[in-house]
Every structure is written in structure tokens, then in C-alpha cells.
Write a protein that binds this ligand. Structure first.
Ligand SMILES: Cc1cc2nc3c(=O)[nH]c(=O)nc-3n(C[C@H](O)[C@H](O)[C@H](O)COP(=O)(O)OP(=O)(O)OC[C@H]3O[C@@H](n4cnc5c(N)ncnc54)[C@H](O)[C@@H]3O)c2cc1C
Length: 380
């Protein structure tokens, strides 16, 4: 189907060369990384060497000044190949924008070139054991002592947590203020004393490293405060529009891969003297999936145009995040069913599609949280 998005010649060239890079440098090793439960850190540098991290960033800091369409292309090409657990987009397109938008000139010069080169890996730590959806209630404290903050507390479910060199940590700096008014963002160097991390084991997304972080009297220079003190919650809310739009594209492109794998399978699998694809149930299930994927993509594309024009489309992005991620899980479930027993065997890619899409309705704000945002906008 023709896209609403204005992909130009250079975008299409980028799509081809990025795809070739993934085929040559990433896909052959991916299965081993899934077994290892982590992607080697050199992989980030491989992307950085090709200029594939932070494409949107100004050239003076190592970027290419590209638009959001490059981000869409990267998401689509990575997920089309089932390589979703290489988390370069969290590093480059979710966390780095905080430093670019709110960092001082000195902070940007100090960190962004290494981030764009992939030699310093980023994570963002908002969620705590007792504060996930209820983010404003986070309890990790940072107390200013001279030219340092001293952090105590813990964070959980942190993507890139084991690999990260720098973690953008949401901390409470004013315990007397209203919950969302007393939060700040500190960039913590993971070599700091008092910082430790533990890897979490998950039902899927194996190569994507997820960790629990602990801070015990962890000293961080005041110079690592990103933006103004006590404005952290507002910065996080502001950046959610892009993060959730990327999540919506994850949903669409992962659902599309599930459908593609299944179409190939049902055209070959023989039973009762015909192919599985000749049964009406198969046709209806897959026709519905194809319809929902196109609907999700058109909606996400329309929001991308508005996002790129600088519009505030939080409600609509929540709708897209909710719809596309929920749809991706439904589609992967229906597609897995088409494979019968083979669908639950790990060597069949559809099994990974099923376990990996399960996370989409939880990360970047759960489906229920998106519904709450939409309901609020409806005046409920
Ligand atoms: C693989 C993975 C990677 C992640 N990466 C990161 C990361 O890099 N950085 C980070 O900070 N966090 C990360 N997270 C955390 C993620 O953002 C949280 O898991 C998510 O926000 C939900 O929080 P919670 O797990 O505490 O669940 P809870 O908030 O305890 O929610 C439990 C259930 O209650 C529902 N619920 C909550 N509030 C309401 C309500 N008001 N009404 C109705 N239902 C409600 C939720 O939808 C959910 O179904 C990651 C999580 C996963 C699984």
C-alpha cells in the first residue's frame, strides 16, 4: 500500500543500505545473542561506525541532522528481520534526545559524540519496584551535598541496564513538593561507587538486556543534572510522545513480520489434501490481521506527519500505542495458532514473535495507562 509518509530518494537509499548492514553484520549473530541473553557492547559501536545511531542529532555532535523518517525506517527494517532485541533505538532515539534537548553546551560536547559513536551506551531508569504506572510516586532519593548528589534507592526493568555506561536516572530531589514537582534527571556514570546492577531473566526478548539497578550512597556530580532541578517529570512527559510513537511502529512492524511468516507457512503446509491457506478460517484470520496492520500503519504514519510538524498529539499517540501494540500481540497469537505444535518450538521464528510481542503492551506505558490518558481526554 502507498504510504502517507514523504520518503525521498535518500530515505529509500538509506533503507536499502541499512537493511544490507543488518543482513551482514547483525542477523548472522543474533541467535547466539539470544542464547547469551545479551548483545555484545561492540555491536553498538558497529552501528555507530556506520552513522546509524542518533541520525537526528546535529552534525557537530556526530549525528547527520536526519528527520524522524529515518527512525521509522530503522524500526521497520530491524523488526522485519526479527532483530527487535538489539536496542539501539532506546539508546539513540529515546534517551539521547533528553541530553540534546536539555543538556548544557558543555554536557552535550562531553557526552553526545561518544553516544553517537556507540562507545558510551545509554539507558533510562524511571521505573521502581513500587512505582511503574504510578511514576510520579517514585522514591529513589538524591540529596545535594556540596558539588555532588548522593543517590539512594533502586530501579527495575531497565533496558540496556547491564550494558549501559550512562544511565539517565529519575530521582526525587524535593520530597516536600507535590510528587510530580520534586523529580530531577541525573546522568549516572555506571562506574560510580555505590552503583550496582543485576540481570533479570524474561520469558522472551532474551538478547535485550533488562536489569535491576541499586544505588547506595552513590555520589554523582551536580554537573550531571540534566535540565533544571525538579523539572524531570515534565521532561519525561514531553519525551513520551516520540517514545510511544516508536512503540506503535514496533507493534505494526512486528505484527507484519508475524503475518509474513504465517503466509509463507500456510501456503506450504498440507493437510486434508490441501494447503492450510485454502481453509476459509485461515483466510479470514489472516485477512483480518492484514487489515488491522494497514489500519495501524496508516494511523501511525498520519501521527508521524503531525509529530514532525511539531504538533502535540499525545492523546492520538496513546491511541496508536494502545491499538498497535495490542493488535501485534493478538496477531502473533493468531499466527502462532496456524503453526500448530511447531508454533511453540523455539526454532520456529513465530515462537519468538509471540514471546517478544507480549512485552509491547507493558513497556512505554501499559495499555491500561494509554486507555486512562484517552479517557481523561474524553472528559471522563
Ligand atoms: C522488557 C521491559 C523493558 C522495560 N524498560 C524500561 C526502561 O528502560 N526504563 C524504565 O524506566 N522502565 C522500563 N520498563 C518498565 C515499564 O515501563 C513498566 O513495567 C510499566 O510502566 C508498568 O509498570 P509496573 O511493571 O510497575 O506495573 P504496575 O504499574 O504495577 O501495573 C500492574 C498492572 O496494573 C495496571 N494498572 C496500573 N495503573 C492502573 C490504573 N490506574 N487503572 C487500571 N489499571 C492500572 C497496569 O496496566 C498493569 O496491567 C520496562 C519493562 C519491561 C517489561
Amino acid at each position: 500500500m502507498d504510504r502517507l509518509l514523504p520518503f525521498a530518494g535518500e530515505h529509500e537509499m538509506f533503507r536499502r543500505s541499512f537493511g544490507q548492514f543488518l543482513d551482514k553484520e547483525i542477523a548472522p549473530y543474533y541467535e547466539q545473542w539470544e542464547k547469551d541473553g545479551i548483545v555484545p557492547r561492540e555491536v553498538f559501536k558497529k552501528f555507530g561506525d556506520q552513522g546509524y545511531l542518533c541520525i537526528w542529532l546535529d552534525e557537530e555532535y556526530g549525528g547527520a541532522g536526519g528527520d524522524f523518517l529515518y527512525n521509522v525506517i530503522q524500526t521497520e527494517e530491524i523488526n522485519a528481520r526479527g532483530l527487535q532485541n538489539v536496542f539501539i533505538r532506546l539508546h539513540g532515539d529515546v534517551v539521547a534526545p533528553y541530553i540534546a534537548a536539555h543538556g548544557t553546551g558543555e554536557q552535550k560536547k562531553k557526552w553526545l559524540p561518544d553516544i553517537a559513536a556507540g562507545t558510551k551506551i545509554l539507558a533510562i531508569a524511571m521505573t521502581e519496584p513500587n512505582a511503574g504506572s504510578d511514576l510520579a510516586n517514585l522514591q529513589t532519593k538524591a540529596v545535594k551535598q556540596g558539588d555532588h548528589y548522593v543517590i539512594n534507592g533502586s530501579k527495575t526493568f531497565i533496558s540496556n541496564g547491564m550494558l549501559a555506561d550512562l544511565v539517565l536516572v529519575a530521582v526525587r530531589t524535593d520530597p516536600t513538593a507535590k510528587p510530580y514537582k520534586g523529580i530531577s534527571l541525573l546522568l549516572v556514570d555506571t562506574t560510580a561507587a555505590g552503583f550496582s546492577r543485576t540481570k533479570l531473566r524474561k520469558i522472551g526478548m532474551h538478547a535485550q538486556d533488562t536489569a535491576e539497578l541499586s544505588f547506595v550512597d552513590c555520589k554523582v556530580p551536580v554537573a550531571n543534572l540534566i535540565g533544571e532541578e525538579n523539572k524531570g517529570f515534565y521532561y519525561m512527559m514531553e519525551k513520551l510522545q516520540q517514545e510511544r510513537l516508536i512503540a506503535a511502529y514496533n507493534g505494526v512492524s512486528m505484527a507484519r513480520r508475524s503475518l509474513d511468516l504465517t503466509l509463507r507457512y500456510v501456503k506450504e503446509r498440507q493437510l486434508f489434501g490441501k494447503t492450510l491457506g485454502e481453509f476459509q478460517n485461515t483466510q479470514f484470520v489472516l485477512a483480518k490481521a492484514a487489515t488491522e496492520i494497514e489500519m495501524g500503519q496508516s494511523f501511525a504514519d498520519q501521527l508521524t506527519l503531525r509529530h514532525m510538524a511539531g504538533e502535540k498529539v499525545n492523546k492520538e499517540v496513546s491511541m496508536a500505542k494502545y491499538f498497535c501494540c495490542d493488535m501485534a500481540f493478538r496477531v502473533s497469537t493468531d499466527c502462532l495458532q496456524m503453526f500448530g505444535g511447531y508454533g511453540v518450538c523455539e526454532e520456529y521464528p513465530i515462537a519468538k514473535q509471540f514471546t517478544d510481542t507480549r512485552f509491547l503492551t507493558i513497556t512505554a506505558g501499559t495499555s491500561e495507562v494509554q486507555l486512562l490518558i484517552i479517557a481523561k481526554e474524553l472528559g471522563l
